[in-house]
Each structure stands twice: as structure tokens, then as C-alpha cells.
Design a protein around this ligand. Structure first.
Ligand SMILES: Cc1cc2nc3c(=O)[nH]c(=O)nc-3n(C[C@H](O)[C@H](O)[C@H](O)COP(=O)(O)OP(=O)(O)OC[C@H]3O[C@@H](n4cnc5c(N)ncnc54)[C@H](O)[C@@H]3O)c2cc1C
Length: 310
């Protein structure tokens, strides 16, 4: 209910205009590394020194013409070039509507393919370092996203391109079963968009229970699983489960969003688990920021107070 409300208020042009004007200074910077590649690289280096990996997201989504989709694709190619120059792993997360999926699925595929091709060519002293995770967006794009992922994973290898699945969707259990025809790299999240009860569990406890079920289903099917949640109860349960079944440490990692519960991730890293922070950067931060506000009432209060003071 809270998420529904905040996400619909965020669509309001007056709200969007005001927040875009002051937002980065007043609060969005907690969740966004900065506006430029250099900001993202600085954060990547810092986290790397602590033994924590990074996946970089150049913010943007819902691109509505081919020229902007091409520009978005080039921004990712430039990011990968920059990471290569800096001898940093080319681990990025991509939204297909930024690559043009909503304009034309073929365009979305071609642009994403260019990004995966560039990442797949990246090598460090210990082997390939490039990896593209395809983020999952709202439900109108679920099937096309899985389709693009499948084609790219079969062309470049499931080691170089991964997918995200959302626990709030009823369909995910079946999607996961269908994807279990090969070992893959799957990130499991609860889901961040506004979805109708016909498609998604409306009650949080059901999403949470499905989250745990899906992670177990993915592990049992032999996938590499990125457990992407800040939910400490779920993390505790899953850690116990991983230990009980003696899951090798190279079969999973823990992922969190930049600005949220880094101390918990640090603890996991210190205990020897693979960890990664999702670091977004860029000028188009509004939609991402709205979803972060919608996840937690305290964020909206904090941001609202800062805006009023201004
Ligand atoms: C690495 C990563 C990648 C993601 N990729 C996608 C994607 O591709 N598609 C997609 O739909 N969603 C994605 N998400 C978002 C995800 O779907 C959830 O919306 C988000 O993670 C919040 O849910 P939670 O699992 O942390 O659980 P919740 O039950 O929502 O939160 C658990 C606890 O975490 C803390 N917390 C959660 N969110 C916030 C916040 N915004 N601010 C402060 N504290 C917070 C609170 O203490 C809360 O009690 C991603 C999340 C992560 C971590």
C-alpha cells in the first residue's frame, strides 16, 4: 500500500520537478554514487579495498526512441572502457528499457548485445572479468527480458550474462523452473515496482516466504545465486540453509544496494562470503530514487523534512 502510494505520487510532474531540482543534494546522494563515471569508479575502488565487489548501474530507463537507446548503449560501452583502463572488473547491471526494449524488442536486444559483447571481451590476469546482469523491470517487460537474456546467455555463455528474478510475481516459480535447463547466474530480489494483485503477491509476508522458496529452488537447480536483499531475518535463514547443505562458497553471493546496510554486508564479507554492492550513478536518478523512497516510510520522512527546510 505504502509503495503503491509513493510510486503514484512520484509520477506527478510537480513532485518530479521539485525533487529533481533539489533531490540529489537533499537525499538522493545517499543512494546514488554521483552523476559521473568518475564518481562510480571512486566508490568501486573504495569497496574493492574492503573486499566487496561492485555492479555498476548507469541510471536510466523507459527510453522512448532509438537515438536515446543508442546513446544509453554507448554510455555503457564507455563505462566498460573506463573500467578496463582502470583495471577494474567490468561488472555492470543493465535495464533493457534503457537499451530500447520498449521502443522495439529487436532494438533492445541489439543494444544489450553490444554491451555484453564488450564485457565478454574483458580479461584480467586471472581470466575474464566482464559480466552483465540484466535487471528485471515491471511486468509488461518480464517475458521479453527473459527472452533477451536467454539469447545472450546462449551466445556468450551464462558465465558472462545473468538475470534477475522477482519474488513478488506469481509467475517467477515457473520462470525459474523453465530457466533451470542450464546452470545460470541468477539474482533473486523481492521486486520494486507497482504490480497488481492479479500478478504479484500483495502481502509482504507472502513475498518474503516466496523469496526464501525461490532461493532454495535456484540453489537446488544448480544455479549461482545472488541473494539480493537487506532483510536480515531472511539472510540469517538462508545462511543457515547454505551451511546445512554445505553449499560451496562460489555458488552464491550476497548483494545490497548502495547506501543501505553496508555494515551488514561488511560483516558477511569479513566472514568470507562473496559480497557485492549495486552502485547506481548518472543524472537520470529520479525513478530509481522514488523506488528507494517507496520501500521505507522513514526515507520519505527524512527526505520530506529536508525538502521542507529548503
Ligand atoms: C543488489 C540488488 C539489485 C536489485 N535489482 C532489482 C531488480 O533488478 N529489479 C527489481 O524489481 N528490484 C531490484 N532490487 C530491489 C528489490 O526488489 C527490493 O525492492 C529492495 O531490495 C528492498 O527489499 P528487501 O529485499 O531489502 O526487503 P525489505 O523487506 O523491503 O527490507 C528489509 C529491510 O531492509 C532495509 N531497507 C530495505 N529497503 C530500504 C531502503 N530503500 N532504504 C533503507 N532501508 C531499506 C530496511 O531496514 C528493511 O526493513 C534490487 C535489490 C538489490 C539489493
Amino acid at each position: 500500500m505504502f509503495r503503491e502510494m509513493i510510486l503514484s505520487v512520484a509520477d506527478n510532474p510537480l513532485v518530479a520537478g521539485t525533487v529533481k531540482r533539489y533531490g540529489l543534494k537533499l537525499g538522493a546522494s545517499r543512494f546514488v554514487a554521483g552523476e559521473h563515471v568518475a564518481d562510480a569508479i571512486a566508490v568501486t575502488r573504495q569497496l574493492q579495498q574492503e573486499g566487496i565487489g561492485v555492479t555498476l548501474d548507469h541510471l536510466g530507463e523507459g527510453v522512448s526512441d532509438a537515438a536515446n537507446a543508442d546513446a544509453a548503449c554507448r554510455s555503457y560501452l564507455e563505462l566498460l572502457d573506463a573500467l578496463d583502463r582502470e583495471h577494474l572488473p567490468g561488472n555492470v547491471s543493465v535495464k533493457l528499457t534503457m537499451m530500447g526494449l520498449a521502443v522495439d524488442p529487436a532494438l533492445g536486444f541489439q543494444n544489450t548485445r553490444r554491451v555484453v559483447e564488450r564485457a565478454a571481451a574483458m580479461h584480467g590476469p586471472e581470466g575474464p572479468t566482464g559480466f552483465v546482469r540484466i535487471d528485471m523491470e515491471d511486468s509488461p517487460y518480464t517475458s521479453d527480458t527473459i527472452d533477451v537474456y536467454r539469447r545472450l546467455a546462449s551466445e556468450f555463455s551464462p558465465e558472462r550474462v545473468g538475470l534477475v528474478l522477482q519474488a513478488y510475481l506469481y509467475r517467477t516459480r515457473d520462470d525459474l523452473a523453465a530457466l533451470s535447463d542450464a546452470p545460470r547466474r541468477l539474482r533473486i530480489v523481492k521486486g520494486a515496482y507497482r504490480e497488481p494483485p492479479a500478478l504479484a503477491y500483495p502481502i509482504k509476508a507472502d513475498v518474503d516466504a516466496n523469496y526464501v522458496r525461490l532461493v532454495k529452488q535456484a540453489v537446488e537447480a544448480g544455479h549461482h545465486v545472488a541473494v539480493a536483499t537487506h532483510d536480515e531475518l531472511i539472510l540469517r535463514d538462508l545462511l543457515q540453509y547454505f551451511q546445512a547443505i554445505r553449499l560451496p562458497r562460489d555458488r552464491y553471493e550476497f548483494q545490497m544496494l548502495y547506501g543501505i546496510k553496508l555494515s551488514v554486508l561488511r560483516e558477511l564479507a569479513r566472514a568470507g562470503h562473496a559480497t557485492r554492492v549495486y552502485v547506481p550513478y548518472g543524472q537520470d536518478w529520479y525513478a530509481y530514487f522514488s523506488r528507494r523512497l517507496a520501500e521505507r516510510p522513514a526515507n520519505i520522512l527524512f527526505f520530506g523534512r529536508a525538502l521542507l527546510r529548503r
